[in-house]
Design a binder for this molecule. Structure first.
Ligand code: ADP
Ligand code: MG
Length: 253
């Protein structure tokens, strides 16, 4: 829950993200079997599906932590597979279930580190940016404490601030609230909703169906490495066509 009016991100130049016919196998295990995903500029796509269906792998292929064995990845319609993968990863911010903050650094240092190392900001500039970004997630007052003194929800908001401090054009969230105590989930989800509303291009893997229904422009249901159904939240949640999605929803709703 951000209490400040500072924007979370610079979303004025939102980009689109396209994955086309993406394939990836680990040995015999065909984890992605021709996945298509279209995330229009400034929109949020939520990926749902049972455990093991390939959701996390899809995110890792889309930012080329794993190279797709077939298919293409495009930003604003241009293939990025010929570029340096590091360049793509800098354009995409990632927030995981585990926040992985450095325990021996302060909250502000955690946020300032990557901009200093990778964006060439001076120590003072990076610290000022960290304060601004922490202010945007409502945690400026925690800048100089260690992460362990924060709640899980606050730590995840720091992790979001850390990702945003790199000025990403796209944000990925992989079950960002799954490790949180139930009472802390809402603060992180509302921050994600705020970012979505600002017009960030986002791909969100989540089990929070309420969030998926309220915030997504599109929902993608995956099972066994394939997109079984995709469309607006209204369509998927109110008029699921496939039996697999109907069964999945009956289990999670
Ligand atoms: P989800 O996020 O939907 O739960 P994952 O993408 O994590 O699914 O996993 C899909 C499948 O890919 C699983 O069978 C998993 O064991 C396999 N897998 C994921 N990452 C690796 C890896 N690095 N090496 C081998 N197998 C993997
Ligand atoms: Mg996963």
């Amino acid at each position: 829950m951000s209490t400040s009016t500072t924007p979370l991100a610079a979303t004025d130049a939102a980009v689109s993200l396209t994955g086309k016919d993406l394939h990836l196998a680990f040995g015999d295990n065909k984890v992605l079997q021709g996945v298509d995903i279209q995330v229009d500029a400034g929109t949020t796509t939520t990926v749902i599906g049972p455990s093991g269906s390939g959701k996390s792998t899809l995110l890792r292929v889309l930012n080329r932590l794993h190279e797709p064995q077939q298919g293409d990845i495009l930003i604003d319609g241009r293939s990025v597979l010929g570029d340096n993968p590091d360049e793509l990863r800098r354009r995409i911010g990632m927030v995981f279930q585990q926040f992985n903050l450095f325990p021996h650094k302060t909250v502000a240092q955690n946020v300032a580190l990557a901009p200093q190392k990778l964006r060439g900001l001076s120590k003072d500039e990076a610290y000022a940016l960290a304060l601004e970004q922490l202010d945007a997630v409502g945690l400026k007052h925690k800048a100089d404490v260690r992460p362990s003194t924060l709640s899980g929800g606050q730590q995840q908001r720091v992790a979001i601030a850390r990702a945003l401090a790199m000025r990403p054009q796209i944000m990925f969230f992989d079950e960002a609230t799954s490790a949180l105590d139930p009472e802390l989930v809402k603060g992180v989800l509302s921050l994600m909703a705020e970012l979505s509303k600002e017009g960030m291009t986002m791909v969100v893997v989540t089990h929070e169906m309420g969030y998926a229904r309220d915030v997504s422009d599109n929902v993608l249901f995956m099972d066994e490495g394939k997109v079984v159904e995709t469309g607006t939240p209204e369509k998927l949640f109110n008029a699921a066509e496939s039996e697999r999605l109907q069964t999945f929803l009956s289990q999670v709703l």
